[in-house]
Design a protein. Structure first.
Length: 518
């Protein structure tokens, strides 16, 4: 009965099921205590068939049916695929410019300067125009002015029962000071241990990179195998990064659950901060070390190229190929049991969808785009093909993400959303880091160094010019952020109209209540 009811749930209704007033009767709580074994919504085959035909069944179709995706999977999934498509399109101008730089072998002195400035401005304009696009979508979907409602305790929240002074109900209670102690004394030290592992991996990579370089030069590149071995440290380090990312993600989830946060939003925010900080350091620390300490642009270019290619292959295999193979060769014990039943098609639908793994959410998908945004905005002036490789990857990413969402996982519960949340802030902060990184790359580029020598400038003077350029670019980013409104003009008028009509309705209601009843 529960499964049949869930099949009829749509968008906000299914989210309400997960936040009933009584946390003890919440299906997630019942599942935690073993009363419910599985709890998932079912696909509607007719709608699924129409969606797949318009989405990923025909690979030549590039345009995504965003409104249909949102209607079937909910606002949060619709916004993710809208952002993925928007981000991919925004990479196209940088990709075209990068291909021209690379294959035309442009080597004029201003090459790094022009591409670095373009990267900084691109990162700002991409996120500012995305906010406008996102606001337009949210208005069309009715979530633009979505307000966060009073959150009930999470299903995993535990503690002795106590009276909630706000709701007047009995619910678990856990003192906040105990949670803070757990974070300070356990979670943060474990995070630093993993950060140490990340730095150890970077140190080993740089050691083996230098050792292989010296060996290659001593043997004068005697074979093609030796040339291939030059990329071995970068490939192994990329595998190490991916493995450490996945282990840490699991550890961070366990720690955040153990910290016992009361509401789901606090749990998700803590998990996001933990993983974001570590992923940023783990993925970019090696590149920052090569840039700021070693100042070796050739090594940085080689490291970035191998990182892009190997990480993209690993992500595609892990996200789509492995789940597909597991699903294809997985033995479904429930199907044979119901083979002879007259209700076999219906029962098999329940069983087959129940055998699928639960959808892991959009966290890893957004994290992948966050890392891509970092590669494009921070280091694309060193390796101009970065944007082109990301465009190719994201085109396949749209297909693989849609396929795994429709066929390889259980249907997720729809969740209302007005924007991409904390990820918007994360992308904008990364854009600020891009200013300093690109300005420093300009100062250490051979062409700019030679140009400075021709003008009789010392390294200190060139560094001062780079700092001045950094201040100019940061000022320009701030001006652009204020100059580009977060909402189109017509949308702001619509919002003001709605607020005006709401205010008028409230005034009329107050007047009617104030008038004496005749």
């Amino acid at each position: 009965m529960l499964l049949t009811a869930l099949k009829c749930c749509r968008r906000h209704l299914s989210q309400d099921i997960l936040s009933e007033d009584s946390t003890q009767d919440n299906p997630l709580s019942l599942q935690k205590w073993g009363i419910i074994e599985k709890f998932y919504p079912l696909h509607v085959e007719e709608e699924m068939h129409l969606l797949t035909e318009a989405w990923y069944s025909q690979i030549h179709k590039i345009r995504q049916p965003i409104d249909a995706i949102r209607s079937y999977f909910g606002d949060s999934v619709g916004l993710y695929f809208s952002f993925l498509g928007f981000f991919t399109i925004s990479l196209v101008p940088m990709a075209i410019l990068g291909v021209l730089y690379h294959y035309l072998s442009l080597s004029f002195p201003d090459k790094y300067l022009l591409f670095a400035i373009f990267s900084v401005l691109w990162s700002t304009m991409t996120m500012e125009f995305w906010k406008r696009h996102c606001a337009t979508k949210a208005y069309a979907w009715g979530t633009l002015q979505l307000k966060s409602h009073f959150e009930e305790p999470r299903a995993g929240y535990w503690g002795p029962p106590a009276l909630n002074p706000i709701t007047g109900r009995q619910e678990p209670y856990y003192p906040s000071w105990k949670r803070k102690l757990r974070i300070m004394l356990v979670s943060i030290p474990i995070i630093f241990v993993f950060l140490g592992l990340a730095f150890d991996g970077m140190t080993m990579y740089l050691y083996w990179e230098r050792w292989i370089q010296v060996s290659y030069q001593q043997h004068h590149g005697s074979s093609r195998l030796a040339a291939v071995c030059l990329y071995l440290p970068s490939c192994m380090y990329t595998l190490y990064i991916e493995l450490l990312n996945r282990i840490y993600k699991w550890v961070a989830a366990v720690l955040t659950e153990w910290e016992n946060h009361r509401v789901e939003s606090a749990f998700q925010n803590q998990l996001t901060v933990k993983v974001l900080v570590f992923r940023f350091i783990n993925c970019f620390s090696g590149l920052f070390y090569i840039t700021f300490y070693m100042q070796d642009l050739q090594l940085l270019r080689k490291r970035l190229s191998s990182l892009l290619i190997v990480s993209q292959v690993i992500n595609q295999v892990n996200e789509c190929l492995l789940p597909f193979l597991l699903q294809k060769f997985q033995l479904r014990p429930g199907t044979a049991h119901h083979e002879n039943s007259k209700d076999a098609p219906v029962v098999d639908s329940f069983v087959s969808e129940g055998d699928l793994p639960a959808y892991p959410g959009l966290f890893d998908d957004y994290m992948e785009l966050f890392v891509q945004f970092g590669y494009a905005s921070l280091f694309s002036c060193v390796y101009p093909l970065t944007a082109a490789l990301l465009v190719v990857n994201n085109i396949t990413e749209i297909w693989t993400d849609s396929f795994k969402l429709c066929r390889l996982f259980q249907k997720p519960f729809p969740c209302p959303a007005a924007n991409i949340g904390v990820w918007q802030v994360a992308f904008e902060v990364l854009g600020i880091f891009a200013v300093g990184t690109n300005c420093f790359i300009i100062t250490i580029s051979p062409e700019v160094k030679e140009l400075c020598l021709d003008f009789g400038m010392t390294p200190e003077q060139s560094l001062l010019y780079a700092i001045g350029l950094e201040h100019i670019l940061i000022t320009l980013k701030i001006v652009m952020a204020f100059a580009i409104p977060d909402q189109p003009h017509w949308l702001r008028l619509k919002v003001l109209q709605m607020e005006y009509h709401s205010w008028e309705a409230l005034k009329q209601s107050a007047i009617k209540r104030a008038l004496p009843v005749s």
